[in-house]
Design a protein around this ligand. Structure first.
Ligand code: ZN
Length: 288
């Protein structure tokens, strides 16, 4: 299943993408793609529906039909740092002995085609295509062998980052990760049955049509079951929490000379089987 949220910002309705690429409305079935709906019993109930029995939503998704983030009510947006060896190298940082965890504030979350706003005083706004893992079944101290049973699905995340805020403003990385619109998430939440091998997904990111990042989840240092088990030692994981698993090389910070977003660009990114995002970049305070 490809689950999504359609409609105006703040008023999104749950839906699913049918086999013909049209959106079917789920708002008569579940309140949101969130919380209990993401637990195994909730997903099973949706799997058992006949999409043809659901109301058709007018419009083409990501064209004349806006999509919000594919998960609603995200409680925690946990990010993993330096989880690709070649990205750690371009960042000039050692491969971490255990996963680096940082936060993206949930007020940063936005839809896959919403504008990315350059924050005030930004000098180094950068991009990061990442595989997002959405938690379904809650748990703490999850065993690695059981970890995938806690996954509701996967999605594309752009871990937009302000490097000066992240690295030069004293303290943790979080100042540069959670600015409003720094968390485009979606277009869809793809359930695990539709992802043949999550450890071998091609991923890419373009700025103004020029390829910047290309990678594959095959080169993740810490794999998804390990990340879930590891995070659950420091926090309980809840339905709708998102773990963004790190970025492959090709970020602006790693280029010679470094290249950053200043407004006016279009950032496009995608992961095989999980869909694509296309985000205009605009100065702070403008709506389009
Ligand atoms: Zn990242």
């Amino acid at each position: 299943m490809k689950l999504l949220r359609h409609g105006a910002p703040g008023a999104e309705k749950p839906g699913l993408l049918d086999a013909d690429g049209r959106v079917r409305d789920l708002s008569g079935i579940v309140p949101d793609i969130a919380g209990e709906t993401l637990r195994p019993a909730g997903l099973k109930a949706l799997q058992d529906l006949d999409p043809a029995s659901l109301p058709l939503v007018a419009g083409t998704p990501q064209q004349d039909l806006r999509l919000g983030a594919c998960v609603g009510g995200i409680g925690k947006f946990v990010c993993i740092g330096l989880n690709y060896a070649d990205h750690a190298e371009e960042a000039g940082m050692p491969i971490p002995p255990e996963p680096i965890i940082f936060n993206k504030w949930t007020s940063a979350v936005c839809g896959p085609n919403d504008p990315i706003q350059i924050p005030r005083d930004s000098v180094k706004t950068d991009w990061e295509v990442e595989l997002g893992v959405v938690i379904g079944e809650p748990g703490a101290y999850i065993a690695e062998a059981d970890a995938m049973q806690h996954v509701a699905g996967f999605c594309v995340v752009n871990d937009v980052s302000e490097r000066d805020f992240q690295l030069n403003r004293a303290g943790t990385w979080d100042k540069g990760k959670g600015c409003d619109t720094f968390g485009p998430t979606g277009p869809w939440l793809v359930t695990p049955d539709e992802v043949a091998d999550v450890d071998s997904l091609e991923m890419w990111l373009d700025v103004d049509g020029v390829r910047q990042q290309s990678g594959t989840t095959a080169t993740l240092i810490f794999k998804i079951p390990h990340l879930i088990a590891y995070c659950s030692r420091f926090m309980s994981l809840q339905p709708g929490d998102v773990i963004s698993t790190g970025t492959p090389p090709g970020v602006g910070m790693g280029q010679t000379p470094p290249r950053y977003l200043s407004g006016g660009e279009t950032v496009s990114l995608g992961i095989a089987g999980l869909g694509e995002q296309k985000s205009p970049v605009i100065p702070w305070g403008r709506s389009t």
